[in-house]
Design a protein around this ligand. Structure first.
Ligand code: HEC
Length: 153
């Protein structure tokens, strides 16, 4: 949590005090790396909490699942922009070079991931536990599939 708070603080101070009129939301490729890594961390927290409820590690609470799914539907739209700004391919992210050679495939995986999160959100709103669990499984399959291809160890 500390790392996320720090990242957000850094992002705020960079945009408030840099005085630069950037053409995009980021001052440079390193900003883009911080932004997308912070987004992935927040995605992970929300995913793990739903997973813990289905595993019985914490009590199942539909309202809490709905809140997490709503967050995921928004958060899963965030990282992709930060892979597509000029200079992103030369920044320090933990990314395989295959990502930059297959950016279209990567972006469409990002779209599918966000669409699966929207479907999870919809299922959560409808409230049927088995349907939510199915949508959650489908959603969670995206992580490893993409990491195996494009995330560096
Ligand atoms: C379409 C591809 C893709 C999908 C889908 C995806 N990730 Fe990632 N993820 C990446 C890439 C690429 C990185 C490396 C980013 C970097 O370091 O710049 C990453 C990094 C991360 C990180 C490390 C962030 C940091 O602080 O360095 C976490 C945690 C993470 N992902 C969690 C998840 C979880 C959980 C899911 C599924 C719910 C998921 N990701 C789905 C591509 C993806």
């Amino acid at each position: 949590m500390k790392k996320i708070a720090l990242t957000i603080a850094l992002l705020c101070s960079a945009s408030l005090f840099s005085g630069q009129a950037a053409a995009n939301a980021f001052v440079d490729g390193e900003d883009a790396v911080s932004y997308r890594q912070a987004a992935f961390q927040t995605i992970r927290f929300n995913l793990v909490d739903i997973n813990d409820m289905f595993r019985g590690n914490v009590p199942y609470d539909l309202e809490r699942v709905q809140r997490r799914a709503e967050a995921l539907a928004a958060l899963t739209q965030l990282p992709w922009e930060a892979f597509n700004i000029p200079g992103a391919d030369h920044a320090s992210g933990k990314v395989k070079t295959a990502l930059w050679q297959n950016l279209d495939d990567f972006n469409s995986r990002g779209d599918k991931f966000a669409a699966d999160a929207a479907a999870l959100h919809e299922a959560a709103q409808a409230g049927d536990r088995r349907q939510i669990q199915g949508a959650f499984r489908e959603f969670a399959n995206n992580c490893k599939a993409c990491h195996d291809n494009y995330r560096a160890d």
